[in-house]
Design a protein around this ligand. Sequence first.
Ligand code: DMJ
Length: 732
Amino acid sequence: MGRSSLLCLAFGLRFFFFFRDQILEMFDHAYGSYMKYAYPADELMPLSCRGRVRGLEPNRGDVDDSLGKFSLTLIDTLDTLVLLNKFDEFEEAVKKTMRDVRLDNDVVVSVFETNIRVLGGLLGAHVMADHLRQRGDRMQWYRDELLHMAKDLGYRLLPAFNTTSGLPYPRVNLRYGVLNPLSRTGTESDTCTACAGTMILEFAALSRLSGDSVFEDHARKAMDVLWEKRQRGSDLVGTVINIHNGDWVRRDSGVVVHLVYFNHYIAIMKYISQPPLLLSVHMHNPTVSVRSWMDSLLAFFPGLQVLRGDLKPAIETHEMLYQVTKQHKFLPEAFTTEFRVHWGQHPLRPEFAESTYFLYKATGDPYYLKVGQSIVEKLNAHTRVPCGFAAVQDVRTGTHEDRMDSFFLAEMFKYLYLLFSEKSQLPFDIDDYVFTTEAHLLPVSLSTTRPPCLGNHTEDDLFTYSCPSTQTLFPNNPSFAKSIRDGYKYLTGVGRAHHTLPVRVKLVAEVTQSPEEEEEVVPHIVQLISPPFLGRTVLTAGPAKFGMDLTRQEHGVSQTVSEPYSACGPILNPEALQGHVAVALRGDCMFAAKARRLQEAGAVGVIFIDHREGSSSAETPLFQMVGDGATTDDITVPLVFLFSQEGAVLTSALQEHSNVDVLLLPKERQMGRDRPEKLNIRLRLTKKEQEEEEEGKDASTFQLLLEPGDGMIDERTPPADHCAASEEVRQP
Ligand code: DMJ
């Protein structure tokens, strides 16, 4: 080995050790804070430095259904302690669990959350305790107490399956079950698909470890019902199902549905995956996307794709997610297809770290260590507080929320620690275990099914190389992952994108807004100038980086709404658009594509209106629309963007008055602001109209005269004393 290789190796090892130590220190801070300030409560409130006890804190709705007064965070953390080689702490924590935790609580809990966090936590911890016991140096006193607790909990969850269909109720009372009059639950009629279909992992493990098949039988039946209810044409399932008759309540289908049978996977790849995006579709009409935003939970999917051996889309989607974290620091709970924040909360979710770990395992590409490093650094820099780590209330402001969910300890630290650990540094062979939904570790040997790598592949099997192997997937091409990632480098608009993406749905950043960007966004306006607005209604607008440069010339004409409103298909009302400014809804396709189509149809400008309900320029920073990565020189009409509240002012004006004349121009050139005389518009009824009016006819025409005078222009809503000019206006 040459000197430079040795230096690289030494540097690499130091890099590894440094981050592993840092992760251990962070874990100690998080777990130590929970034990010190919160235990035996379910969760830590890291800002108040105390435990969250259900009933004593303001009710947060569904999210509180995870809290069963069973020291949730302690149980969820048990097997993490073993993985992190904290055996003393594990032994102590198991003893505390046995001594303090009660399951017979009169509390209504979520069946799904209790299954993945508590049942899964107890099973994972039992497997670890058993492993240590068998090694012979620890836990010799252990008598399967955790497995007994798991079985007890399993029996407490079973009443949920007491429905005609076999699909479980979403909630259960730990003491009274579902149908007991004291249970305070059992009125629900539907549940989420993942809630019904993913119980099988923990329930089957419980049956196989305890020897009692009742758990597996019930969970399998629920899974079979979902399979029966799948849409046969697409092989997709909806997201919410009626537990009594098995009818779909919500037919949108997305990857947050954790049911990924082979056929479902194929269907997801066919309809939902549009690398790098994953877009929910309608299960019966799967070529139609049902929303234009993605939620952060989908970040687990690249990891699952790695396990499926389907690396390319995994790399693409993960890279897209990484770009989003670069723009917003963390994955917001929901973000649009244009990578803007749809819902800004970030409750320290682990899915992105999870996928990063699996991609590193599959590719060995140090790039993923860098991604891990950025996760660690951002957690420390932006979420660490004196009593733990606090969720982010809004990634746009960085404000904290007083919560540290148990999955932060159960999952985040496992995946980060594994990412920076050599196999030999782990207390067991990690490849002998599967990760549950909550990252609890169950032995692969519990499975009676054939190992996936030995399956027979049919010609239809698109993913012949199950189980990732860098050798078979990209032989002699160590930069395979990089070559895929490079196509997504500027996806979110941080940096520049001047290339076409090799993806089914072409998508690059359409907006620029982030602080990293070099250009300032010049505020524009849409000024309504025809009667009765007379320039007093001024709507703040965002400019476009392509199309007519409005800083050089302004544009004024009346407008018409495009058909279809999204302007993503053939334009159906070209006659109406001729010579008018078109109004079109944002979403479904690129701004540039809409503009091109409307220009071709004869529109002389386009006002885009945001599709996110309630958005406004008062609350959302303005951005600049950019092109689609290809040349936009052919687009010559002026383009501006209105948030939906401002858009609503415009569309209701259009509804009331068939033609509304507008000016599109930079805000600093607003008509009448500095030069009021220029917009002192007086309306005179023509002589003809006066005559007709006298005859009782309503056939008003207007004559607009610009006169020097004392008229003043207000923004949006004029005060009453500025109505003088409009008093002369008659509605047509
Ligand atoms: C975890 O509790 C589980 O991974 C669940 O399936 C999804 N949500 C959280 C983590 O975000």
